[in-house]
Design a protein around this ligand. Structure first.
Ligand code: HEC
Ligand code: HEC
Ligand code: HEC
Ligand code: HEC
Ligand code: HEC
Length: 291
């Protein structure tokens, strides 16, 4: 018997076992009708809210399967995709709401991609990265010894990208680490600028300053920079870095202006306090002279 059927019959059995309202004692009827009314009013609202938050059936079923099929769930939970609401079906397709047909090709289930199909699989969403990758020395060797997206990022445990991904362990699997080191060095300076600006923006955000526009700008520049790596071309990295650094400096100028006005506010605040203290002192002296 297949797994979908087992789950479907199990679900039906549970539904059949649930007690009806009529088995509730009389004294609770009043309370029951209040609750019923609340349910009637609230359920439609919940039904609207649920699809956004509900986990897909993929997770519910896979969590209970043997290691090979449940491990993706565990790994995925800590990923940037989980954080951004990209569930199993975002990558593998299929129907996230219908357990019986979740993995039906008719519902768009794609299964597990073969090695040479992985870049296109991820590239449905990461279009710019895919383009750079396919034009690179790595992409040209796809399925002939070149790395795919998951060689470097993993498939389920994908985390926020950074230069940490360029390390000896990962990059010396196929060739010497020397090449990797050169490209990492070329990217280091810009990366440091991005990190510094990121932390200044979040500092202002915590104190309640409206940083939405700055965050958006940084997000765009950051993506442009991080995608650049996929060309694995040191000369191109150097060329593009100049333009990217110029855009980062523009964000920095706005932050410097924030710093200035905060300093001015601090000075104004100090002056106001001093003036008030002075007035208080004068009043005190005045009162003393007339006493
Ligand atoms: C009712 C249980 C159940 C549900 C719901 C379910 N799966 Fe599965 N899935 C399985 C079982 C069992 C296997 C292993 C046997 C097989 O391949 O059919 C599996 C295998 C897979 C595989 C590996 C296939 C392969 O070729 O090795 C992927 C990928 C997968 N599921 C993704 C999904 C996604 C995405 C969803 C939701 C849209 C989903 N599953 C929903 C039970 C389920
Ligand atoms: C970011 C895209 C992505 C997401 C999200 C994702 N997967 Fe996968 N999954 C992949 C890729 C790519 C592979 C093939 C891995 C490889 O070849 O290394 C894969 C492989 C699998 C396999 C086969 C594992 C094996 O050893 O054969 C299963 C099962 C699976 N995924 C289930 C899931 C489940 C369940 C979820 C949700 C918790 C999920 N995946 C979420 C991309 C994804
Ligand atoms: C259904 C769309 C979708 C698919 C398919 C997909 N991703 Fe993503 N990915 C996202 C979203 C959304 C984010 C979070 C927003 C962002 O950072 O761009 C993200 C973030 C990432 C990040 C972090 C980006 C950063 O800002 O640091 C990496 C790396 C990544 N994905 C790699 C992959 C890989 C590898 C695959 C294939 C195994 C894949 N993605 C498949 C949508 C997708
Ligand atoms: C799965 C094997 C594999 C892994 C892992 C790998 N590479 Fe490569 N790399 C290749 C192949 C194949 C080429 C192209 C053929 C050649 O030049 O040897 C290449 C070429 C390069 C080049 C030269 C590009 C050019 O235009 O001359 C650089 C730079 C490079 N890789 C950096 C890296 C970095 C950085 C990492 C780690 C994040 C990495 N590689 C991981 C297989 C790999
Ligand atoms: C050789 C290793 C390697 C391969 C292959 C690779 N990446 Fe990356 N990827 C990286 C590194 C390293 C970074 C971070 C670069 C940085 O910090 O500037 C990165 C950054 C990213 C980002 C964040 C940048 C952005 O535009 O948001 C995404 C998304 C991403 N990769 C997806 C992919 C996808 C999809 C593929 C396959 C088409 C892929 N990567 C192939 C190493 C790799």
């Amino acid at each position: 018997m297949n797994v979908e059927k087992v789950f479907a019959t199990e679900a039906q059995r549970l539904r059949d076992k649930r007690p009806g309202i009529s088995s509730v004692p009389l004294c609770l009827r009043g309370l029951t009708s209040v609750l019923l009314f609340a349910l009637v009013v609230l359920l439609p609202l919940l039904a609207f809210a649920a699809p956004e938050n509900a986990e897909p059936v993929c997770i519910e079923c896979h969590s209970k399967l043997p290691e090979k099929y449940s491990q993706p769930v565990t790994l995925w939970r800590g990923s940037i995709h989980a954080e951004n609401g990209i569930f199993c079906n975002g990558c593998h397709g299929g129907d996230p709401k219908d357990a019986a047909n979740a993995m039906s090709p008719a519902r768009g289930f794609l299964g597990v991609p073969k090695e040479d199909a992985i870049p296109a699989f991820c590239g449905r969403c990461h279009v710019g990265v895919l383009k750079d990758y396919l034009n690179s020395a790595h992409g040209r060797k796809l399925a002939h010894g070149g790395p795919t997206c998951v060689t470097c990022h993993g498939s389920h445990q994908v985390v926020k990208a950074s230069l940490e991904l360029i390390n000896e362990k990962s990059c010396s699997r196929c060739h010497s680490y020397e090449r990797a080191k050169v490209i990492r060095a070329a990217m280091q300076e810009t990366e440091a600028l991005i990190v510094a600006i990121e932390s200044r923006i979040s500092g202002y955000k915590m104190t309640g300053t409206d940083t939405a526009k700055l965050e958006q700008e940084l997000f765009a520049v950051r993506n442009r920079f991080h995608t650049l790596f996929h060309n694995v071309n040191v000369e191109l990295v150097k060329q593009e870095s100049a333009g990217i650094q110029a855009d980062l400096k523009k964000i920095k100028v706005v932050l410097d202006r924030f710093d200035d006005s905060r300093q001015r506010r601090a000075i104004a605040g100090a002056v106001a306090v001093s003036v008030m203290l002075l007035i208080a002192l004068l009043l005190h002296l005045l009162r003393k002279t007339f006493d």
